[in-house]
Design a protein around this ligand. Structure first.
Ligand SMILES: CC(C)(COP(=O)(O)OP(=O)(O)OC[C@H]1O[C@@H](n2cnc3c(N)ncnc32)[C@H](O)[C@@H]1OP(=O)(O)O)[C@@H](O)C(=O)NCCC(=O)NCCS
Length: 161
C-alpha cells in the first residue's frame, strides 16, 4: 500500500534509511548527524509531498522524502535560476522489498503533483540512481565542480520548453 507520509512515520522511515544509507551513501555516525537527518525526515513528513510504501504487516518498506524547493516562484541553484518545485531528498526501499517496482511507484505518485522535481545524486551512489532517474524521464542538467554530485530535474509536460 502506498500513502503520504505523516509525522508518526518518522521512526519507520528512519529505520529504512539506516538500512539503505551505505548505498546512497549517507553517513549516519554520531548523534549530531542522526538528529540532522531526523529533522529532515520530520520536515518531509509534514510537507504532504513525501510518499511511503507499507507492507501487509503495516511496516514501512519504502519511502521518498520530498519537500518544496523554495517558497518563491524562482530560485537559483546549481548555477541557474530554476522554477520552484519539489526537492527529492532521500529515497529508499528495504532489501526484502526491492525490485517490485516500489521506488518507481513512489516517484510516479510524486510526479502527479505536476511540479518540477529536483534531485541530487552522489557519484558514489551504489544503486545506479542516476540511470534510474534518466529512465524515469529526468534530465541530468548539471554536476558540481568536483563531480561528486549530479543534479537532475524532471518537468511536467506543460512546463517543458
Ligand atoms: C534504488 C532503490 C530505491 C530501488 O528501489 P526498488 O523499489 O527496488 O526499485 P524498482 O523496483 O522500482 O526499480 C524500477 C526500475 O529500475 C530498474 N533497475 C533495476 N536495477 C537497475 C540498475 N542497476 N540500473 C538501472 N535500472 C535498474 C528495474 O528494471 C525497473 O525498471 P522498470 O520499472 O522499467 O521495469 C533501492 O535499491 C534502494 O533503496 N537503494 C539504496 C538507496 C538509494 O540509493 N537511494 C537513492 C539516493 S537518495
Amino acid at each position: 500500500m502506498f500513502r503520504l507520509a505523516k509525522p508518526e512515520d518518522v521512526a519507520g522511515i528512519f529505520a529504512v534509511l539506516e538500512e539503505v544509507a551505505p548505498k546512497i551513501p549517507l553517513c549516519l555516525d554520531g548523534d549530531e548527524r542522526k538528529e540532522l537527518i531526523a529533522q529532515l525526515i520530520r520536515d518531509c513528513c509534514q510537507s504532504r509531498a513525501s510518499w511511503i510504501a507499507v507492507n501487509n504487516d503495516g511496516r514501512i518498506v519504502g519511502f521518498q522524502l520530498t519537500r518544496p524547493s523554495f517558497a518563491g516562484r524562482r530560485f537559483t541553484v546549481w548555477g541557474a535560476p530554476q522554477v520552484a518545485g519539489l526537492m527529492l531528498e532521500y529515497g529508499g526501499v528495504s532489501k526484502t522489498s526491492e525490485n517490485q517496482g516500489i521506488f518507481r511507484t513512489l516517484i510516479e505518485k510524486t510526479k502527479r503533483r505536476k511540479r518540477p522535481l529536483y534531485a541530487t545524486v552522489k557519484a558514489k551512489n551504489k544503486s545506479a540512481m542516476a540511470l534510474r532517474l534518466i529512465n524515469m524521464g529526468f534530465e541530468n542538467f548539471e554536476s558540481d565542480e568536483g563531480r561528486e554530485n549530479a543534479y537532475f530535474r524532471w518537468q511536467p509536460k506543460s512546463q517543458k520548453n
